[in-house]
Design a protein around this ligand. Structure first.
Ligand code: NAD
Length: 401
């Protein structure tokens, strides 16, 4: 059952209510223009107040038996007042809170209401979710790098929670997902996150397919272990070079910004969204043999903090996720393990022992991909609605301090 955040009773109907407009705290307007007589007939007066910060676009306004989706809250609504039909809802109290209480609701016929009817506002996520705690049903998520590993697990978790998912990846082979009756829909789009044209084409396909984008998980990433300096090897096989630098920064930094910018534009247009940037525990702590990778992940952490400051005003939340050592994904190839072991002066066997050592990870095991996916769907949901500009470790307690 949806959580009711406000309710009151209609106490008066009709044109006289218009006289109170100067002292009203909340004005509910419909997109379609209405003639004045219709407008007067629609005037409703309520008692009560205390709504300001609780309501947001998407919440449900219910009056009598009619439901309206709230599409805008706040002072901008006032600017449309002269051009649009509206219902005036009068609350006791002064006119000073008029702007904060203004709502624009979706276009619908004015309900047949009478004094004594209930007016109530319900939180959107619970209303839309049909009882699901996360309220992701019907939302659209884009997950980059989701043909494999963590991204694939994240895409599956969104589908399981009823969200539609645009899975994008360089991989030409479409991955399989488990779908059931209540799953969201999936659309696979081959995308190179380092190429703006490819990213823009993917965003267009997403909008054409699902209408809007609510969530972005900026997950695509690569890791090429190497040392800054390797005095033991005159050929510098495992030394950082321009090619490795360009490749790793290209996917892990440029790719993250290109996708966030293209989707950010859409989120601003549609009134908000959530961006989750996939970082790494190494980005917070640094990592022997992975300095360029760790540097890109620290750059991602910085994107998260800075974009939170820039995008909060557009109702876009930005959160970072920093996994530690996870069960094997496409990243953990033998070549990767050999390179990392070399840079640390240990054997591949020793490296593997570290995956489940309490010395490396206090919980004594590597993480399951579903454990990152669970955290991501939570952070993407309105359950995490005040979490913004911060990166979370999902790393079993692993630090390198
Ligand atoms: P993975 O290799 O299994 O998945 C990465 C996916 O990204 C692949 O499917 C790959 O095809 C795709 N990709 C690579 N370049 C791309 C591009 N230019 N455009 C589009 N897609 C591209 O690796 P993973 O372990 O699942 O990693 C996912 C994310 O999690 C990465 O950002 C990684 O840095 C991060 N991470 C992983 C771990 C771990 O232990 N696996 C730990 C911390 C952080």
């Amino acid at each position: 059952m949806a959580r009711k955040i406000y309710s009151t009773k209609v106490v008066e109907l009709g044109g006289q209510v218009q006289d109170f407009i100067a002292a009203a705290k909340m004005i509910i307007m419909f997109e379609e223009s209405m003639t004045l007589p219709e407008l007067r007939d629609a005037c409703v007066m309520h008692t009560g107040n205390h709504l300001e910060d609780m309501i947001k676009p998407g919440d449900i306004y219910k009056i009598g038996n009619a439901e309206f989706k709230i599409i805008k809250v706040g002072s901008e609504v006032q600017k449309n007042l002269m051009n649009l039909g509206h219902i005036t809802v009068k609350f006791d109290g002064g006119a000073s809170e008029l702007l904060e209480g203004s709502l624009l609701v979706e276009e619908k016929p004015i309900p047949d209401i009478k004094p004594g009817d209930e007016l109530a506002i319900y939180k959107a996520e619970e209303k839309v979710a049909d009882g699901s705690w996360l309220g992701l049903k019907g939302k659209t998520a884009i997950v980059t790098g989701a043909a494999s590993g963590i991204g694939k697990a994240v895409a599956q978790a969104f589908l399981d929670n009823g969200a539609n998912v645009v899975v994008c990846d360089l991989n030409p082979n479409e991955p399989n997902f488990e779908l059931h009756e209540d799953s969201g829909k999936v659309k696979y789009v081959i995308t190179n996150v380092t190429d703006a044209d490819s990213v823009n084409a993917m965003v267009k396909t997403a909008i054409d397919t699902f209408g809007k984008i609510d969530i972005l998980v900026n997950n695509a990433g690569i890791n090429i272990p190497c040392l800054l300096i390797d005095p033991k090897d005159p050929y510098g096989k495992y030394e950082l070079n321009d090619k490795v630098y360009d490749k790793v920064t290209g996917v892990n930094i440029k790719g993250v910004y290109l996708v966030a910018q293209a989707i950010g534009h859409e989120m601003v247009k549609s009134g908000g969204g959530v961006i989750i940037n996939m970082s790494s525990e190494s980005g917070l702590e640094g990592s022997e043999g992975q300095s360029i990778y760790a540097a890109t992940k620290n750059a991602v952490n910085s994107f998260t903090r800075s974009w939170a400051k820039e995008l909060g005003k557009y109702n876009i939340r930005v959160v970072g996720m920093a996994p530690g050592i996870m069960e094997a994904t496409g990243l953990r190839t033998l070549a990767y393990e050999e390179a990392l072991a070399y840079t640390r002066g240990i054997t591949v066997e020793d490296l593997r022992k570290g995956y489940s050592s309490t010395k490396t990870t206090p919980l004594g095991r590597s993480g399951k991909l579903s454990e990152v996916a669970n955290a991501v769907v939570f952070l993407a949901s309105d359950r995490a609605s005040y979490i913004h500009g911060v990166t979370y470790n999902v790393a079993g307690g692993k630090t390198r301090g």
